[in-house]
Design a protein around this ligand. Sequence first.
Ligand SMILES: [Zn+2]
Length: 198
Amino acid sequence: MDKTKCPRCSGKKFWKVRRNKIKCKNCKYEFRSKVYPLSLSRYEWKKFLKWFLISGRIKTIMEQAGFSKYKVLKCCEVVRLAMSKDVPSVFEGIVEVDETYIGGSWKNKNKAEKMKEARSRRGRGTRKQPVLGIFCRDGKVWATEIEGVEAKDLQPVIEKKARKGTIICSDTWCGYTGIAAKGYLHRLVNHGKGQYSD
Ligand SMILES: [Zn+2]
């Protein structure tokens, strides 16, 4: 934020206005900052994180996610910053939980691998490694591999990692149903309808 300057008057104070634009407090000029802010939908973040975890190569992420180089670099910066923070042993307050999959493409696996994975079906109809992430509003992130994404897989992990009374925000996936009965406040986030997460 502090690197941003108004192109007209070099002012350094801004209001955030609609559509990623910022408005100079001094001369009221509105422009799109190249430095700030980065605004991604949940869907874009998931796409980015998936390729970040699979390959980690800037070029691959650019191609697969369809992001500009600037956007990829900015995302990497945000993620690395989040990863470098001290993650609490137990989360409290408001956290967001989400499961995702990582792993290479199914097509590229050899036959033995396919047979092995077919026997251990996991995930929401996919054969990639499911991962559960817990995200705190202050940017702290914690993730772990999980056996599957049913309630029996997800909820014990959440119980271990989040203090009772924590507000758990999740999507409407049935694996999270019943978490409220275990001493948590459960809030639903609708992924499909364009709700954004900071
Ligand atoms: Zn200005």
